[in-house]
Design a protein around this ligand. Structure first.
Ligand code: GDP
Length: 537
């Protein structure tokens, strides 16, 4: 294992190389909101830190949906948080968690170049972390791990490293090493920079001390600064960790096969600086983005980007939406005219929302890796490309098979058509997946987080004036059916009409009644693929 910083941070004058666009993945309560606030504190965007907190509280009061509605303004603002630290510009993309966990959460991960995985040191890898990790893995997104809450009684660090490795099939290597835990937590030794960083009592408000530079673990400073015996324990544990873990490899990390692990305590702003510096030094700048024909390099002169998230705007009666666009290349400026590739129409970017937190006024421009919000009336959809003319189709922005399914029908049977239209629009917006079975009059609606059913029912009632009833369905899972030979696909669909539906784009799905039904279909039709993700057409 190397001990010095593996590479230097990007030069400040390189607009693209200094950008880091990332998301935090975690299970609820692991400390994502706290860590976000502290990261923003380092970035100087303190008023935004308040917004994050407001959002956290709103989230907990989710039962009052109208309140959530009012909070949408905040959630647009906190969807992307841009801040500077050292020579880097960080774009932190929010991934909604808790009950508002939705397909958006997954899809945001298609717009980042790397991720930070926050783990509760007492709990290890939890369900939602694992799900989000699997989405990162689809695109080999590099992951830095932050093991949080070392100030509480935690699991043994070796145990945690072992669990990450086993549960996620990912190589792990410590970037720092904790000294004690719980009440006896003293701090960490930064293995990449050879620094001893001690927890300062009562430093919750300000920025903590940078730590003490050491010449290595043998430095007698450690014995002087740590309680009796602690330095030797540290040396022994690090030696053991070095024996057990592979050396840090920038390449393996960047390819998504290895995660460096930092230990800390977000609430004490402890380990946050090391994490940020780790991101500056290790995390990739904007990566080339794949399209159907070629990869788009971030330093190409012409502007291009794709929509990864749509959010309904403040006023529910007007179908104003904000499309979040990840810029993939070029130098974007307010007022510029871009081509909406799917329709071929020109769109003038009159009022893009730009997110540089410190100074909204001068945020007139953006670069590859940045996110812009484009207000529109529903013409922009997930996966759509905006370019300066080239007909690019970005790939790798899939739809995800929902895990919770319900049947939807209008309270008033005469409003069936209206409901269909509302569901279609909400599906295009990415709020939920909607499937129309070949047989029968109902729709099947699928979500990845249970709150989305409430959100949908509320929006369909208030925005479309159609009271809707959600009911249990015998459908256990949906899978998109694909095959190289269209005739094989058609034969399957024809023979299984009662278990087939179309998604909002008309793509066929198989509706399995249970796990056995799904396995059997796959087994009996080896020429077909039953996929749980689908790329937009
Ligand atoms: P999120 O749900 O992942 O956004 O988690 P929060 O940031 O809201 O944190 C969940 C709870 O854990 C809150 O009560 C935090 O105050 C607490 N918390 C966060 N970080 C730490 C930490 O480092 N140590 C301790 N003891 N508690 C923490």
């Amino acid at each position: 294992m190397q001990s010095a910083a593996p590479i230097d941070a990007a030069p400040a004058d390189d607009t693209i190389a200094r950008r880091r666009t990332f998301a935090i993945i975690s299970h609820p309560d692991a400390g994502k909101t706290t860590l976000t606030e502290k990261l923003l504190l380092f970035g100087g965007a303190i008023q935004m830190a308040g917004a994050v907190k407001a959002r956290g509280e709103a989230r907990r009061a989710h039962s009052d949906w109208m309140k959530v509605e009012r909070e949408r303004g905040i959630s647009v603002a906190s969807s992307v948080m841009t801040f500077e630290y050292g020579s880097c510009v960080f774009n932190l993309l929010d991934t909604p968690g808790h009950e508002d966990f939705s397909e958006d959460t997954y899809r945001t991960l298609t717009a980042v170049d790397s991720a930070v995985m926050v783990i509760d040191a007492a709990k290890g890898i939890e369900e939602q972390t694992r799900k989000l990790f699997e989405v990162c893995r689809l695109r080999d997104v590099p992951i830095v791990t932050f093991v949080n809450k070392l100030d509480r009684e935690s699991r043994d660090p070796f145990d945690i490293l072992d669990e990450i490795e086993q549960a996620l099939a990912l190589d792990v290597t410590p970037a720092s090493w904790p000294i004690g835990m719980g009440k006896a937590f003293k701090g960490c030794y930064d293995l990449f920079r050879d620094r001893l960083v001690l927890l300062e009592k009562g430093s919750k408000g300000g920025l903590p001390h940078e730590g003490e530079s050491c010449s290595g673990l043998d430095d007698p400073k450690l014995d002087a600064l740590l309680p009796v015996g602690a330095a030797d324990t540290l040396r022994e544990e690090v030696e053991m960790a070095r024996g057990l873990c592979p050396d840090f490899s920038l390449q393996a990390y960047r390819e998504g096969h290895m995660t460096p692990v930092f230990f800390g305590s977000a609430i004490n702003t402890f380990g946050v600086r090391e994490l940020l510096e780790g991101l500056a030094a290790l995390a990739p700048p904007p990566r080339p983005q794949p399209t159907a024909d070629r990869a788009v390099a971030p330093d190409e002169a012409k502007v291009s980007g794709f929509v990864f998230k749509i959010q309904a705007n403040m006023d529910p009666k007007h179908r104003d939406r904000i499309a979040f666009v990840r810029l993939c290349s070029g130098h974007f400026k307010r007022g510029m005219k871009l081509t909406h590739v799917r329709t071929g129409k020109a769109m003038v970017m009159h009022n893009p929302v730009l997110f540089l937190a410190q100074d909204r006024e001068v945020a007139e421009e953006a670069h590859a890796g940045d996110i812009i919000g484009v207000p529109n009336h529903g013409n922009l959809r997930i996966g759509d490309a905006l370019t300066e003319g080239e007909a690019l189709r970005f790939t790798g922005i899939p739809a995800f098979a929902p895990e919770m399914l319900q049947k939807a029908r209008p309270k008033d049977p005469l409003k069936s058509k209206h409901l269909g239209k509302a569901l279609q629009q909400l599906a295009e917006e990415g709020v939920a997946s909607v499937f129309k079975p070949m047989l029968g009059a109902d729709w099947i609606v699928g979500v990845v987080g249970a709150l989305q059913f409430d959100v949908m029912a509320d929006r369909i009632r208030t925005e479309y004036d159609v009271p809707v009833i959600f009911e249990p369905t015998p459908v256990y899972a949906v899978r998109w059916v694909e095959g190289d030979d269209p005739r094989t696909v058609k034969a399957f669909l024809d023979a299984n009409q009662s278990a087939v539906a179309e998604d909002h784009d008309g793509a066929p799905v198989f509706m399995a009644r249970n796990a056995w039904h799904l396995d059997k279909a796959a087994e009996e039709h080896p020429k077909l693929r039953f996929r749980n993700t689908r790329e937009p057409a």
